[in-house]
Design a protein. Structure first.
Length: 137
């Protein structure tokens, strides 16, 4: 009998495209992450406040909210949680860059997402992340 795999870090993915969120959930789950998804900034903020989250992936394109405002609210609630934004980097303001840990290109972000998550979680773990929430091996 196979031993159950240890649950990896919890990643909250927020974006307005349900299909893209589904794809992201599948991809990250296969890498060992526990993935929560939200299709709006409000739902994402509620989940962020209620759940144990180790990292956030935030799509710049949100319906009804500007992603930097969502990231800013999250920073005020829990400044220690890494936030990765999928965005057109050239279009991001300095204020938006200031509230996220990493920006990856929205157009092909999924290619870089796993590496970016590992990077920000490793950096966080070096500061204070418990060993049980280390990036999956």
């Amino acid at each position: 009998m196979r031993e159950p795999r240890e649950k990896g870090p919890t990643v909250l993915c927020i974006g307005s495209d349900a299909l893209a969120l589904h794809f992201t959930r599948l991809m990250l789950s296969k890498q060992g992450y526990h993935v929560l998804t939200a299709v709006s900034g409000n739902t994402g903020l509620d989940m962020f406040a209620a759940e144990t989250v180790h990292a956030v992936v935030l799509d710049q394109s949100l319906d009804g909210w500007e992603a930097p405002l969502v990231a800013g609210q999250m920073r005020r609630q829990r400044s220690d949680i890494p936030i990765i934004m999928l965005a057109d980097e050239a279009a991001l303001s300095p204020d938006a860059r200031a509230v996220v840990d990493k920006v990856i290109p929205e157009s092909n972000g999924h290619e870089f997402l796993t590496g970016a998550l590992e990077e920000v979680l490793q950096r966080k773990r070096g500061r204070d992340l418990p060993g049980d929430a280390a990036p999956p091996a």
